[in-house]
Design a protein around this ligand. Structure first.
Ligand code: F6R
Length: 633
């Protein structure tokens, strides 16, 4: 949800910033821009709507040289960059960041939403400032310029301006009057400062929304906290709070290798990430589920953390799982699994709803915040609210360096590896696997299920990666279905029991990358409304699994068929011959124990969404209007 970069050092700033922005493209692609101070200390700004590539195409040749970012040329340089996911104002060149003040002295990039922007804008317009864009961000830069008229100390100007802001922000600011200083500030939006050195021993600093945009240059990082401001110069990083009191910077050395963003021969990141899932599940199980006879080890960090967490698990009376989108759907699978196995109440909440009521949460609850990015604004707010109310919070995230991982009481990394495609795939299977491990561990500790049942589940879970491979080896039928149903206007997904969330996830995947209207329902809900939509144009994709709801699902499919819908079955058990005419297409996938089946049934739905979007020529990895990290509410 917008990504920002700032640079102070001796390299050519623009190529370096553009390269860092490339790592932040998952945060938005409505526009991109850079601003820097040139050799004559003039503010130069380049911005273009659309993807980063459009910005690269308008940069003068001297700023485009790939690798130029690594050349240290003696002088000190400063610059900022932005990648936009539009909130206020259309995705055009004018609204693109960086924004500058009326006198073109200050440039600023922003991630977040300034809630009182309209009041500020009116106030500043009355004082003679001319606004060019429709953005909330421009109010901040005009405010800075206004305040700097009577205040020579720019740090004080920044503090005064921040004092007037309401809302969420991560900011990078440069000013031609203070060419040796880069300012960064954070409130409810992530911001990390990389502290490095170039090949000639000059200090350099890269400030970005995510460490992935920094680790190519340094692994020494300062994670700014909410309400902190950094004044960065060649002399070092000065951190202060909003009152201007100095705060001791904490530099952490992280072990992250520079991330290679590589499709490895696949046409899209999404397809690559779908194909990574057998290894993702293996990774997620590794060291945690060794064999069916050994207890499960959950957190994988230190024995002390594991012990404290285990003590916590003994006392809890309820689990509340909170997430958004795909993470919410993964949480729903967890609810079915854990409730059945552990016989403890498990509730699942959409984070954006949870945070704006007065939820009943207390110190007997374990709250699990689920987030691939660990930065989703609503989920982070739910985490904070839950802790305020006395609950212990466990975060399941793919990013151990995220804000949620830092603020939770316990962290269980889901170990999916970097997920580049905006549509979440492998992080879903990794989250579901992590919840299975948690459910099994809880059931073991509380002796809530028969040991034989737990052993059978553990044994089957260890076999899942090989079975996912079998699904991935049989994609031709799915490609044919994509061609056959690719022009549908609406698609329904139905399932029951633990696969009901899989139907929701299948629909979410299809709509987000193909823009086909799709809904996921429990098969039982069909007759309570959605059946009215059915006719011979609507494909109904049903997930059928061997188990207590198989016959019920068959009945639901027949109800759909009776309304002439085009029924498709994804089934992990052979469909009796006499019932096969209900379906236009049947895809058989390997069998497994019913509670674990979502790890297999999800895969063909991800592939189907992928092939349909591909067939329709959509931008699979960067679907319109979406961003991977939703740091605004
Ligand atoms: C769907 C998708 C989104 C995210 C949601 C939560 O493919 O990617 O629905 O699942 O925005 O994001 P995280 O998990 O990062 O909190």
């Amino acid at each position: 949800m917008c990504g920002i970069v700032g640079y102070l050092g001796h390299k050519s700033p623009v190529p370096l910033i553009v390269d860092s922005l490339r790592h932040l493209e998952y945060r938005g692609y409505d526009s991109a821009g850079v601003a820097y101070l040139d050799n004559e200390n003039l503010l130069q700004v380049y911005k273009a709507s659309g993807k980063l590539m459009n910005l690269e195409n308008i940069l003068p040749a001297s700023l485009q040289i790939r690798g130029n970012g690594n050349v240290s040329n003696g002088a000190q340089h400063i610059g900022i960059g932005h990648i936009r996911w539009a909130t206020h104002g259309a995705a055009n060149d004018v609204n693109a960041h960086p924004h500058t003040g009326s006198r073109n002295e200050i440039a600023l990039v922003h991630n977040g939403i300034i809630e009182n922007f309209y009041e500020l804008r009116q106030e500043l317009q009355c004082k003679g400032h001319t606004f060019l864009s429709e953005t909330d961000t421009e109010s901040v830069v005009q405010l800075l310029e206004h305040l700097s008229q009577d205040e020579p100390d720019f740090c004080k100007v920044v503090l005064k301006a921040l004092d007037k802001l309401q809302g969420a922000y991560a900011l990078n600011v440069i000013s031609k009057k203070h060419p040796n200083k880069l300012y960064a500030a954070r409130n409810q939006a992530p911001l990390v400062i990389g502290v490095g050195q170039d090949a000639n021993g000059h200090p350099e600093y890269i400030v970005a929304s995510d460490a992935v945009a920094i680790v190519q240059h340094t692994n020494r990082l300062i994670y700014l906290k909410d309400g902190e401001i950094a004044e960065i110069s060649e002399q070092g990083v000065r951190i202060m709070n909003l009152k201007g009191d100095l705060v001791e910077p904490v530099i952490e050395t992280i072990s992250t290798d520079p991330l290679t963003i590589d499709k490895k021969g696949y046409k899209h990141f999404m397809l690559k990430e779908i194909y990574e899932q057998p290894d993702v599940v293996r990774n997620s199980l590794s060291g945690r589920l060794q064999s069916v006879h050994q207890p499960i080890w959950l957190l994988g960090n230190t024995p002390q953390a594991e012990e404290t967490f285990n003590r916590e698990l003994q006392d809890i009376g309820r689990i509340v799982i909170i997430g958004c989108g795909t993470s919410y759907n993964a949480g729903m699978v967890g609810k079915y699994f854990i409730e059945e196995l552990v016989q403890i109440p498990v509730e699942v909440e959409a984070a954006g709803e949870f945070r704006y009521r007065n939820p009943f949460i207390n110190n007997k609850d374990l709250v699990i915040t689920m987030s691939q990015s660990g930065e989703t604004a609503d989920t982070l707010a739910a985490l904070r609210l839950s802790r305020q109310k006395g609950a212990k919070v466990l975060t399941l995230t793919n990013r151990e360096d995220s804000t949620m991982a830092r603020e939770a009481d316990f962290v269980m990394p889901v170990r999916a590896g970097v997920e580049v495609s905006v549509a979440a795939t492998k992080s879903f299977t990794a989250q579901v696997t992590a919840l299975y491990l948690l459910g099994l561990a809880l059931a073991e500790k509380r002796k809530a299920s028969h040991p034989e049942q737990l052993e059978a589940l553990k044994s089957d879970l260890l076999k899942i990666p090989a079975r996912i491979e079998t699904v991935l080896h049989n994609t031709e039928p799915l490609q044919a279905m994509a061609r056959k149903y690719g022009h549908a206007r609406d698609v329904l997904f139905i399932a029951r029991g633990v696969n009901f969330p899989v139907a929701m996830e299948g629909a979410l995947k299809l709509k987000e990358i193909s823009y086909i209207h799709a809904e996921g329902y429990s098969g039982s809900e069909l007759k309570h409304g959605p059946i009215a939509m059915l006719d011979s144009n609507i494909p109904v994709i049903s997930v059928l699994t061997k188990g207590p709801v198989f016959e019920k699902m068959i009945s639901n499919c027949q109800e759909a068929k009776a309304r002439e819908a085009r029924c498709i079955a994804i089934s992990n058990t052979p469909i009796p011959k006499e019932l096969q005419t209900t379906f236009e297409d049947i895809l058989e996938i390997p069998e497994c124990m019913e509670p674990l089946s979502p790890l297999l049934t999800t895969i063909p739905l991800q592939l189907l969404a992928y092939y349909m979007a591909e067939f329709l020529g959509k931008d699979v990895d960067q679907p319109r209007n979406l961003a991977k990290s939703v740091t605004v509410e």
